[in-house]
Design a protein around this ligand. Structure first.
Ligand code: CTP
Ligand SMILES: C/C(=C\CO)CCC[C@H](C)CCC[C@H](C)CCCC(C)C
Length: 308
């Protein structure tokens, strides 16, 4: 019998996997757990050295391919609705475009990652997931190439006005497009069982987003005389990205996708948040766009600290 989603989550909570050996640390409960997850679909392995996942199977009668395609369609639709919700507020002058832009920046990646456990265990499920930010990247590219809002009436205008800093269409080809493509890459390369990918995504989205949202509003103590970036902004970067990382680790651990617990990862996640916040202070002419420099810093440091 295929266990229900809730049962599967319970199994994975009880089960403590050893990420590197692929073995169990379940002690006396081992044989019971083994019996309960004997269903081959529930124990699809990712290969040597990875965690075995016992979550997000398609219900009986639905093929894994159809399930992944369905989840991808629902998440893709949700991503369009989410972006439209915030760009709509900016269009109706209910919110400044710079705020709606950073709210989307802060929330899109974490919301997307929260939905990852609902894909199947098949390795190619990551491609169905990556199709969602890819779709957004295509929308942004189309909006960026469609010309400035005052010169045309295309439906991309709302996106351009709310997502670009200056209202210039070409700007969606910069930060927003890089942000979406960084998510595509992390999704494909670091899919689900990588604590490092998860932390890197939280630095880029929540850290950088919170620094802007809080720094603009409350940033009184600037790092440099006459500079823009503030200590309040950096504090928001570190605390926001750290808390989001720990919460996300707990979420993936709950589904049996990560063996490491939030407590075990906390010190290393904090170190990555501090380093990423420091890199965010450098001007783009030195380190490039922060949608690239921040996640790359987090990935490199994460590899060193977590060892994989
Ligand atoms: N550590 C930080 C980072 C940002 N800010 C505030 O947020 C604003 C925008 O920050 P910046 O990272 O330069 O954002 P943008 O370049 O506009 O956007 P993006 O990072 O998406 O390119 C700054 O002017 C500043 O008021 C801050 O106070 N402290
Ligand atoms: C303004 C942005 C960056 C500038 O630094 C962010 C642009 C975000 C994209 C328009 C949308 C990205 C979509 C997500 C990857 C998927 C979200 C899914 C979810 C269910 C909301």
């Amino acid at each position: 019998m295929v266990p229900s989603f809730a049962t599967r989550a319970r199994i994975s909570r009880n089960a403590s996997f050893q990420e590197h050996s692929g073995g169990w640390r379940g002690g006396s409960s081992r044989s019971r757990l083994d019996r309960r997850i004997r269903n081959p679909r529930a124990t699809a392995a990712y290969g040597a050295g990875s965690v075995r996942c016992v979550c997000a199977l398609p219900p009986p009668g639905i093929s894994p391919l159809a399930w992944d395609a369905g989840v991808s369609t629902v998440v893709g639709a949700a991503s369009i609705v989410w972006v439209k919700l915030w760009t709509g507020l900016a269009r109706r002058d209910k919110m400044k475009p710079q705020v709606s832009r950073k709210v989307v920046h802060t929330t899109a990646a974490p919301l997307f990652m929260i939905l990852w456990p609902f894909f199947t265990n098949r390795p190619c499920a990551r491609l169905f997931a990556a199709a969602v930010p890819m779709l957004q990247a295509v929308r942004l590219a189309a909006a960026g190439l469609s010309g400035d809002p005052e010169n045309n009436d295309s439906s991309s205008n709302e996106l351009v006005k709310a997502i670009s800093r200056s209202g210039k269409a070409s700007e969606t080809l910069d930060g927003p497009l890089k942000y979406s493509l960084a998510i595509v890459l992390i999704t494909v390369v670091e899919w689900r069982t990588s604590v490092v990918g998860l932390i890197a995504m939280m630095q880029m989205a929540v850290g950088d987003g919170m620094a802007d949202l809080v720094g603009r509003q409350f940033g009184k103590h600037k790092w440099r005389k006459g500079g823009e970036k503030s200590m309040e902004g950096s504090a928001a970067f570190v605390s926001g990205s750290f808390l989001a990382s720990v919460a996300m680790i707990q979420w993936f651990h709950h589904f049996g996708l990560l063996s490491v617990t939030p407590t075990e990862a906390a010190a290393r996640a904090a170190a990555i948040s501090f380093a990423s916040a420091a890199v965010e202070l450098f001007p783009p002419r030195l380190v490039g766009d922060d949608n690239i420099s921040v996640p790359v810093t987090a990935l490199v440091l994460g590899r060193l600290l977590f060892g994989k």
